[in-house]
Design a protein around this ligand. Structure first.
Ligand code: SF4
Length: 401
């Protein structure tokens, strides 16, 4: 994701320009237009697109039909394809294409038009809700999509603000474009509580409700390694979630930050890079043995470490937790020792960013279930995880209506 389209051309062109055999180049090409540009320039006879075909097997068909804008974009995350093969699933998948690797039972090619359209209400316009809306509308259902914020996109809108992560937003932009193209009734800036959803269901006659209300940061200072010892001094204005940081880029941050990573995913890396770009030094502590171990299979960690190291001002402590937070400093300690066990250290911390598994927003789902209403729940609202599961669950819910 950190490389531009055609990033290998700089090294392949000196070879391909001299070659007299058919020449094939590769390197994060996403569209036929990008491939065409290389061929027209005489730098290759063939351009290999691998991930672009996984993200949308109909890339050629849609482009040749004159609709390149309908091609579902690969976001170059490697989470489903490369990490899928290397991971416990041991099969290829795709973050943006729920059907990849499951073509016999899932995917756009299996979406059949319905004979009796139903009225479907979807609460939450993040990736899970938008994918559910897209799939249900593709099948011919009449879909209404509610979003509390003034824009669609959910957490991905924030994630795409981090350095080198802008491409994350390509998939939510595409989903947004598709739900409007398919005629989904999108209602922005529409926060609803459980009673209002029940009233809407009654007044507007919705047959099905899909809850995709996401999750919110769990700012309680409890660390998985030492749950009985919450961080002392946690509730202070300079202790932030990643959302606080990403949503307010004018906040005064000081010169030194402590990043506490509980998840082992990319979020703490993105936060670190954002802080570095804003001129802060970063002390990064985690209960894990390394940085972002969940992203090893996606090959994101090494390039991120190169960027982080090049900026400087970065200190890493594995198997470490925070004990207490003060003004300008924090005390850290090994996860495997009690606070009184020694080996404590004081680190600079004008701000502290706490990154932990989120808490699901399940109020609407629980209330509707209690009323006996037919309701599905998808994405982080179901259980806080990441983009691949959000889109997969959204797809399955939309396909099952
Ligand atoms: S998993 Fe990510 S990188 Fe791989 S094909 Fe899908 S969107 Fe592209």
């Amino acid at each position: 994701m950190h490389e531009p389209a055609g990033y290998e051309l700089a090294t392949s062109i000196p070879v391909t320009r001299r070659a007299t055999v058919p020449r094939l180049v590769t390197g994060r090409f996403r569209t036929l237009e990008e491939a065409d540009t290389v061929i027209r320039a005489g730098d290759a006879d063939l351009v290999g697109l691998m991930r672009a075909h996984i993200a949308d097997p109909d890339i050629v068909k849609k482009t040749v039909a004159g609709h390149p804008e309908r091609v579902r974009p690969c976001i170059a995350c490697n989470q489903g394809c490369l990490a899928g093969i290397k991971g416990p699933a041991n099969r290829i998948g795709c973050t943006v294409n729920a059907g990849a690797g499951l073509e016999l039972k899932l995917g756009d090619h299996l979406l059949k038009p319905v004979s009796k359209p139903r009225r479907v209400l979807i609460v939450g316009g993040g990736p899970a809700g938008m994918e559910a809306a897209r799939v249900a509308a593709t099948r011919g259902h009449k879909v209404t999509l509610l979003e509390a914020e003034p824009a669609l996109g959910g957490r991905i809108r924030m994630a795409s603000k981090a350095p080198t992560r802008a491409t994350m937003g390509d998939i939510t932009q595409w989903l947004e474009q598709e739900v409007y193209r398919l005629g989904v009734d999108v209602r922005l800036s529409t926060f609803v509580d459980p009673a209002e959803v029940l009233a809407m269901q009654h007044d507007e006659g919705f047959d099905d409700v899909i809850v995709a209300t996401g999750s919110t940061p769990r700012m309680d200072g409890i660390q998985v390694s030492n749950p009985g010892e919450p961080i002392r001094g946690f509730r202070q204005p300079h202790v932030l979630s990643s959302w606080d940081l990403m949503l307010d880029d004018r906040r005064s941050l000081g010169r030194a930050a402590l990043v506490i990573d509980e998840t082992g995913h990319f979020e703490a890396v993105a936060v670190t890079e954002m802080l570095q770009v804003r001129g802060l030094s970063v002390t990064y502590i985690t209960r894990h043995t390394g940085i972002a171990p969940q992203m090893e299979g996606a090959l994101m960690v090494e390039p991120a470490l190169q960027r982080i190291r090049a900026r400087g001002g970065f200190t890493f402590h594995p198997r470490t937790r925070a004990v207490s937070i003060d003004q300008g400093t924090a005390v850290i300690a090994p996860t495997y020792l009690k606070a009184e066990g020694g080996l404590l250290a004081t680190v600079p911390a004008d701000i502290v960013v706490f990154i932990s598994p989120n808490r699901s927003n399940r109020d609407i789902y629980d209330a509707l279930r209690a009323q006996g209403a037919g309701v599905r729940i998808v994405g982080d609202a179901n259980s806080p995880r990441y983009l691949p599961t959000a889109i997969s669950e959204g797809h399955r819910a939309g396909a099952s209506v």
